[in-house]
Design a protein around this ligand. Sequence first.
Ligand code: BES
Ligand code: MN
Ligand code: MN
Length: 458
Amino acid sequence: MSIEKLLEENKQKYEDELKEFLSIPSVSARSEHKEDMARCADWLKGKLGDLGMKAEVISTKGHPVVYAELIDAGKSAPTVLVYGHYDVQPVEPLDEWESPPFEASVRGGRMYARGTADDKGQVHIHMKALEAYREAKGTPPVNLKFLFEGEEEVGSVNLEPFIRDNADRLACDVTVVSDTPMLAEDLPSICVGLRGMIYTEVRLAGPRQDLHSGQYGGGVVNPANALAEILAQLKDENGRVTVPGFYDAVKDPSPAEKKAYAEIPMTEEHFREEAGVPAIGDGEVGVHFIERIWARPTLDVNGLLSGYTGEGAKTIIPAKSMAKISMRLVPEQDPNAIREAFEGYVRSLKPEGVEMEIDFYASGLPWAVDPAGPVFKAAASAVEGVFKREPLFIREGGSIPIVPMIEQILETPLLLLGFALPGCNLHSPNEWMSLDLYHKGIDIITRLYDELANELGE
Ligand code: BES
Ligand code: MN
Ligand code: MN
């Protein structure tokens, strides 16, 4: 049977299996899901074994890594490492989901569930591509290594040592990652840049316990007020981050890149509607909105907590306050240098009368690549074969900390070929995947095997 026909006939079967994968609540951040994480890894191992791969679950200090190999294409064939993650983000707020997050539901050509787009659906694309290729055409012309981790959403802290320790085993000619969005349903794209990041938590402690705000207000420093004042000083009136030296290493995009941003077929209006905001803003004044997300660093409060937030009024000076703050970084910013500068600056803003503690969580390097050479040629052909139009090269504002690590440690080119979409509610309620793109993705990956074998084979 031709592979086209086989893919067409198997659509329902693939979707049903994806639903099974999505039903396992593999939330890496929550300790109550530790068992589910192990169950999800075992599920993957079973399915990868069914594909004829040698598959194993490898435990780490955190959640297990799933690793599988199919080294059948011969010595002169290129080896492709596929990276993805089977962990997902927490689902709260639950009451905003229109269907339960771990019971996948298909509505209007979309499959809704936590992990459909980020990243189980995209991991599954690679699994079904291999299955279809073997059924229709036999052994793929590339050797395949699949590396699926369970800690991407919590910073991949245990994966970096794993990759270092297993660099020989993971050796490959190219790494393929499907964990990013395309530009639009009809605008295929390949991602050539990601932002890096630093994530921090700042805590202020004032009075020993909450105080009556009439008895003490005006007499003691209020940790909520103090935190608000500090946060307000982290960006200036032109939307620029005020941490000293923050922009020192930031390079201006090339004129060609700037021109490309202006030509991206996405309007401010479209972006505004998709984000559900009354107006776009809060970026650097005078910088194109696409450039601000893709190629400029930024700072955002991700969470804020202090004082009384229940029903009605309660007159207190809160004892403490807390903010979670992320900074998205771009090449060539150094996360360590920024981290030190941030800490020094924020401490300098602390008023007397409160104590300050700062913690740092996940961090990751920014990444960008020049889309030249055989890997990008192969990918563009595979995409064009399905979409009948050339892919655009785009950047993304999100981060995948392990991407620059893999590239550095394994010293191979890396391809970000993702099938999510803007607006598909990554990390939010009602996450979805376009089923059309899911099936196109499977088709593209089967073609990618042939194209990579052509371009990279001896
Ligand atoms: N798949 C995303 C990264 C992504 C999202 C890339 C949107 C491009 C566009 C990944 O799972 C993710 O969420 N990464 C985190 C990293 C963090 C937990 C260290 C992120 O970007 O917040
Ligand atoms: Mn992801
Ligand atoms: Mn994510």
